[in-house]
Design a protein around this ligand. Sequence first.
Ligand code: IVH
Length: 676
Amino acid sequence: MTKPSPESLKRAEELRSALDEHNYRYYVLDDPGVPDAEYDRLFRELQKLEADHPELASDDSPTRRVGSKAETSFEEVVHRLPMLSLDNAFSEDELRDFDRRVRERLGSDNDVEYVCEPKLDGLAVSLHYEQGSLIRAATRGDGYAGEDITANIRTIPSVPLRLRGNSVPELVEVRGEVYMPKVGFEALNSRLENQGEKAFVNPRNAAAGSLRQKKSTVTAKRPLEMCAYSVAVTDESQLPDTQWACLQQVQRWGFRINPEMRKAQGASECLLAYEELMQKRDALPYGIDGIVFKVNRLDYQKALGFVSRAPRWAIAQKFPAQEELTVIEDVEFQVGRTGAVTPVARLKPVFVGGVTVSNATLHNMDEIRRLDVRIGDTVFVRRAGDVIPKVVKVVTEKRPANAKVVELPKQCPVCDSDVVQIEGEAVARCSGGLFCPAQRKEAIRHYASRKALDIEGLGDKWIDILVDQGMVKTVADIYLLTARNLTRLDRMGEKSASNLVAAIDRSREPVLWRFLYALGIREVGEATAKSLASHFGSLEEVAKADEESLIAVQDVGPIVAGHIRSFFEQPHNRETLDALRDAGVKWQEEVITAGAKPLHGQTWVLTGTLSELTRDEAREKLEALGAKVAGSVSKKTACVVAGEAAGSKLAKAEQLGVEILNEQGLLEMLKEHELL
Ligand code: IVH
């Protein structure tokens, strides 16, 4: 045995005190100092150090116990059976090693049957029932003694206060996880923020904080749930002989058990279960941080027994962490299409939620103040599912002396115009309007996007280049581009240039509502643009309309009316519209004024496949004639257009005696109205 070096002695001590500290914050204060993934790494480093140098090991090492001491504000409860923890497998190999050890110990050559259970991200609780009544509930605490939380647990609807059925043993202890579903967590956080209180970092913390409330009336308002995962009784002959059957029994007593649970034969099926559950992870209504594999047969579990910290018959395989620590290297401000000036944190790149993240949104100055984020701070970054990465918490202990307070720039970082913040609004804006290239780029992007004028080939990359080179300043300049001057740009071939010019040409005669939408007036989406077009019939009328007549339009309230007014009042917007007209853009005025349209007040339904038109085109043309196009047939439907292979909607129309038109009939009608 080699003598441990002074370095490794020192490191072991460092790791132990760091882990002790993290344990204390995590288990006692519900205020973790590091994300779980970081804790796991420190823990494993210490485990490895102690394994390499057994003489370094000590009885008070965090690797020899489960958590830390219970907080004293709730009565202490000593667990009759310790609440132990689980070992983790971090790779396929580690899981296969675990399975091999199980088989070796059992002396079995056959596949062992496992129960695969989601590892819920909440807190372990132990519930004692006597004669079927809940008499005490406790947290895990340090695994040997926890806190009495009976009053709070009783408020959770999924915890039975009395067990159901008549096969209830004298004494039962059910263990499981208390957690907060994702939706409830979001709702709770916005409620807390509205009340000016501190939001929780993640659902696990919210669940812990809620269980630790001094008043159970507060807990009762928190959306907590409990799911059972194990059971112990004094007389074991009263229990079935597998984990699976025990959970079915527990369910009959009235507990929620996890619906994603399944059985697996051997390590390979366990690994499949891991993959499948990971695929489902984001879609589940609650957070899970891995999967737990448990030997199904209880006699096998007994034979395998425990080591100091965890059972030999179970292991947890963790999923990629959704929270990590990193450093804020800078905070920059981005300017959006509407001029909103948004702070973005530039992060030291970190692998979280399955991708490398180097930026995270900070939303606005209120959020920066709420989190108290400074440049140089170490922060928790969270990325769950496809959601944009978020900074959720600052580790203030790690703040360097030279950390810099973030200030809203007075000038727009792109065009140097003043940044203004209206009282009571969280968002700050650049006052430069279309003078600001950032807003210009965004305005052009929006104008060319698929739902607006759909100019194929005019994507972000080319817009950046065209604006940066000064070839396009406003959307009107798009129409002045020629294949010749486009090919002068790097990497723009002749073919792409002529395709782009052709795509631009195709956008020269938009229908009015699309054109209105494409202008990018704040809060004028497709539906509002359609309402405006059919109400006013022409762009001039919309531009002239005062606030009162705008409010008369469906979907338009005073705020939107204000945005429309200020859009048309800005000289540069009027100039752009003139320039568009001069460049040959002809938005089709709605020839027919509202009310007098031939299909006004009628509801039409499209079904089956059309060959000459796409569904969207058919819908647009019917709407241009004043019809509303709906998805289902009723007595009130005026007409159903039935294309090839029309099914149930056609049958329903026949049954209700609704008028039916085939594609040919539709095309003829559209021709009559000069829409083809
Ligand atoms: S079994 C002796 N099953 O994970 C076995 N634990 O690291 C003890 N957990 O404290 C636990 N889901 O809070 C088990 N289906 C599950 C679980 C689960 C979540 C948590 C529990 C426990 C921790 C172990």
